[in-house]
Structure formats: structure tokens, C-alpha cells
Unconditional design. Sequence first.
Lengths: 294, 484
Amino acid sequence: MKTGFSVFLVSFVALGASWFGFVYGPVRQLGDETQTPILQSPDAWPPRPAGDATLGLQVYRACGCAACHTEQVRQTGTLNELTLLSLGVHSAGDFKDFIRSLMVVPELMNESNTIVGNLEKWNGATPFVMYSGDDDIAVSTLASKLKAVGVKTDARIVPTGPDIARGWGARQSVAEDFLYDDPVQPGNLRAGPDLAAIGVRDPDVNWQLRHLYAPRSLLKTSTMPPFQFLFEVRKVNGQPSPEALVLPKEFVPADGMEVVPTAEARQLAAYLVSLKANVPLYDAPFTPVTAAKP
Amino acid sequence: MSIDETKSFSATANDVSCRVPLLALFGGAALWLVLGLLLGLLAAMSFHDPNLFGNCPFLTFGRAQAAANDLVLYGFVMPAALGTMLWIATRLSGAPLALPIVPVAAANLWHLGVAIGTLEILTGGSSGHAWLEYPRLAACLLFAGFILMAVSATATMGFRARGEMYPSLWFFLAALLWFAWTYSTANLFLISSHPPRGVAQAVIDWWYSNNLLFVWLSLAGIGIAFYFLPKFAARPLAGTGYALFAFLTLIGFGTWCGMPQGAPVPAWLPAVSAYAALLSILPVIAVAVIGWKTAAPAGFSLCGGPFCFMKFGLLSLVVSDLLYLSEFCPRISRVVDLTWFGFGVTQWQLLGAAGMIVCGAIYEILPRVMEKELPQRGLAKLSAFLFAIGVLVYVVPLLIGGVEQGMKLNANIPFADISAGTLMFLRISSTGQLLMIIASLCLLLNVLIMTIQWKLALGKALVAALTAPLSTDSTTAKESEVKP
């Protein structure tokens, strides 16, 4: 490193390499993505944002909501589950014997202990989770063998992980979820809960508005600051406004006053209820709960 | 290290050539530090009482915290580091500052950009990308200011009499290239009218943040520490070979970190970052070895003042960078990602490492360029302890709280209980913010008094020059040349 030029050259090469890797590469790989098909559905994901939800993203940005909230659900793995729905014409005893006889099938041999172990504990009631584990081939083999004899089963892919268990989403977040966001705000701190599927958990716009105005009116221990500046407090003139929030007594500013959301508050609420990352994709497969019903 | 005394310019004349640019850079930096820490404390008040700023859109946590972060980074650390780089460049080249009027203009552009950007964030104009919140106008001003300062610094480095570059200059030259490249790339992609679609935006932002918070701050901090530590310890820098190793591995591997392990992106991105982070431990250890070998023989006196700032800063740099790199270990990231841990590490990198180092540099440089003792030396010494303790009280609870929060997030505990559980840690950390505010006021006071004294002296000289008889002697003429 005798001269400035050699220092410059080395730095140029080092930074240039990472520029190619982490800027040029991802832009080429992801920068012109389009909608992806939703598994077992004619629709594409994500839906084009429309109306207030688009404007709401800008309110979300301007208020810095991403400082406390993430929009990325994490998943530690997936389980392949096979559930017995009905035995058809067979008796429980015949069914048990049939399953035991199947355990010589090569695809099932690895998981035979688990399957037979579950079967021993079974009390005969349906639905009954016959198998839950990593082996997707065992599940599909068992399902097809049982289908052939008229036993109804349901094979499902179930994402696992603390975020999923907490109900923050049905599956992990993937790159596709952010396609139409501008700016993309995945967030880096969970001072508040994850919002990737807040529109599934709390789909009611009025709930969202009330929560924005007075979080503690809905959740006593909430640490979220109230966003009162997005609301207009005004005197009731004759009839109360139909848009006014319905608040418990201690959160009403004063007697004869009403709290009306501004356009920004409505947009933000519309954006929040539009966050519904709950469809299965090729990158993040799972079996939606609705499909499990016989 | 020694400056060639036979050169036509003495060290003092070189120092004086930096006077006006450094006053502009350091004065603004000290002011922004106070404001940034105040704003950070106000933002944290939301965790003491969430209802506090319900009616005040400017101080809602998301805006105030973003503005505070940017004020500390762009307002304080960067101009202070750039000023220090300019001064060290004149020292090491034994030449006066090249184009001294350029950095003065650049400093004003830069501070104007910071002011505009902060106001924009507080009124809701943030771009929404972390660490890149400043909208277009502010970003342009910052970039223009940076390029001007880089031109002056590079030109000064080019004047050096000796051929070989001192290690600090490698780090500075790389830092100058680094910010110009990453900041322009990030802004052209993200703050333009046609940003890339989807998650590529987040990837670029993570790349930028890593190159700024880890690589740039490390380059600047290490470069400054490598100049001052040998001076304070009165022995040469231990191991130029280690320094070269640290430099090459830092720019080679460090720049590939930054992709969070749980991020919703193609899996190769976090995987590359995990390996890069593992390799980036090498430069951090090398810097720790150099720092230890250079400073340890000087003893462990805690006298306050610049040496204490520098020692604590370099130690913070090593520890905070190691903690930062640990976030890219998949096993650790499962716990600490998306918690207060990452927030705490970033604050430590900003305030504890780079912040302490540049603060010490300001206290050391100011008396030299002003040819005057610090007006409040006691306060300057005191502020070293206040700042160091403040940083630790601020950051350590955030780290512990973050780990606890992460473990609870992975367990089956209701979220309301988790966020309530972090409150105690956040409230303790506010005490640290308060201590740092006091320390930053000491810095501001020192810089302010020096500036005012200098302006008064200038005024007096001007009056003297105007009232003097026409046949002035050479001393008066010389004095008036010093004016900006």
C-alpha cells in the first residue's frame, strides 16, 4: 500500500464486487418480478393495491410505523400432516390391521414406528392425526393407499414456528409479498406485533381506527402511542356523525364531543386491513385451514 | 509519523489552514449531537408514557427516532469524522489543507442538508428506508458536500512528501470512496422516480446500511484511532502488517454482511452474509491486537480527555462490531433478530465507537488549530466519563432486554407481556441518554466558546486593520490573511 492509487484500486474492486453481488444481482433477480400464481387457485398474488390502501402505505411511511412493527413472519419449518376423516365402510379394528399390514411398503418403513405408535393411542374418534412429521413421501403414499380402499384422509402442509403459533400469519413472508409496496418497509424491530397479516386477525376497519386513536381502549396494557393527531375532535352538531368512533367513556375527550377520523386515518386503516399474507405460494406452501373441512 | 520539519510549512501553519473548515464542521457536529440526543430522549419518552405525544405528530416515536438516528450519524459522526480526516491528512502530508475554501462551503452544504432532512422527517417526509430517510433535496446537498470534502481531503493526501502512505490514510481513502459510492447508489435506486420493484428495495437498503454502519464507521474510527493512539501512547503503531491485514479483510469481507438471516429474500443473500460475517471477525480481532499492543504499554490511567475517549472508543468499536457480526450467525439471529438487541448494537456502534473516537479527536484537534487551550478543560475531561458511562447505561439494558425479548418471542408467551417486559430496560436506558446529553453539552460549550472567542478576535483585528495608518507593517497584513 505504497501509493494512494493502489489503495483506491483495492477499495474499488472490493466495493465493486459487493455492488455486483448485493445491488446489481438482486435487482436483476427480483427487480422485475410479476405476480405469482396462488397454489390451487386461479388467482395471482399479491393483489394489485387499490384506493385508500395505496395511500395508507404512505401514511404508514410518514408516521414511521415500521420503526416498531415488522411485516415479516418467520417460520422454523413445515410439518406434513395426515388426518383421518372417516373410515367409510370399515371398522376401526380392520383399519388398524390394514395400517399395520402397510408398514412393509418401502416408502412407509422409515416412519412405521411413529405411525403405529399414533395408532396404538387412537381411541377410534375422527378426525385423528395419523402422522405429523417431515416425511412428505410417507404421507402421500399412505394417503393414496387409504384412498384406494375408500378411507377419507386429509394431507396437509402445516408451517411451524413461534410466529405462526402466535397467529401472526399462516406462513412465512416471502419476497413476493412486497411486490407492489413502494417503499418496501419490512421493519427491523418488534416493539409492536408483526403486521404481515393484521388484516386477517383484525379485518374490521372500525376496530383499526379505534385502536389507532386509543390503543388502550382495546388492550389495557398496550405500549403503542395513540395516534390522536390523525383524528379530529369536534363538537356534536345535532346528530352525531356516523363516522365518529364508538369509544368507552374514559376515552371520549369531553361530553358533547366526538372523534372523527381524518382521511389519513381512514387510509392507514384501509392499508392495515389490506395486509393479508395468507395464501399458499410455491415458495411458501401450506394447506389453508378451509380446505381441511370434509 | 514525524512531520518533516524542513518543509516550508511548519506544523502550526498547516494546522491553522484547517481552522475555518474545522470550526464549521465541528461546530455544526456538536450542535447536531445535542439535538440528536435530545430528540432520541424525547422519542424514548413514548415508552415511559405512550400518551405523551398523542397529539404531536412531530414527536411520534417513528419520526423522532428516525430523525434522532440520522442527526447523530449524518449530523454528528460524519462531519466530525470528515473534519478529523482533513486535519490528519494535512498532518501526515506535512502540507496545508488543499483548497481550504472548498470544505467550508461543503460543511455548510452538509449541515444545511441535515437540517432540511431532519425537518422533512419530523413533518412526515421520510423516504421510509432505514438510514436513508432523507428525501431528495437533503440527500443531494449531503452528497455534494461530501464530494467537495473528499476532493479537498484527497488533494491534501496527494501533497505528502513521503511516498508511503501511513495506515490511517488507507482507511480514510477507502472511506471517501465508500460513502460516495454507496450513498449515490442507494439514493439513485431508492429515492428516484423509478425504484426497483418489491423486496429488491429492502436488499439495497440493507446493503447500504451495512456499508455505512459497519464498514464506513469502522474505516473512519480505525483510521482516526490509528493516528491518535500512537501519539497518546508515545510509541509507534504496533504492526503495520496487521493494519494492512485488517484493512484488506475489512473492505473485502465486511461489505458482504448486512442481509438479515430471517429476511424474506432468496436464501443465497443471507447465506453469503453469514459467511462474510464470520470472516469479518478477522479484521476486528486484528484491530483489537493492534490497539492493545499500541496502547497497553502506556498504562491504564483514567485521566479523562482525548486519550480516554480514544481508548474507550476503540474498545467499543471492537465489542460492538463483534456483537453486530454475531447477528448474522443463524443460530443467534433466531433469538436477537427483530428485537431491541440490534437497535442497541447500532447505537453502540454510532455513539460508543465512532462517536467517542471523533469526540476525542475534536478535543485534541481544536486547541491545535485554534492555537489556544480549551476554554473548559475540566468539562472536557468530565465529559469523557459522562459519555462513556452514558453509552454503557444506554446500550447494555437494550442488549439484555433484546435477548430476553427474543427468547420470549420464541417461547409461547403472549405478545402483550413481552412488550411490557421490555419497558423496564427501555426506561433504564433513558438514564444513559440523559448522561450523554450532559456530555454533549460540554462539547458544544467548548466548541461554541472557542468559536465566539475567535470571531471576537477576528473582529478586533479587522477594526485594527481599518483604523491603522495606511503604512501598515507586515504583521497586521498577515493577520487579515487568516480571515475566511
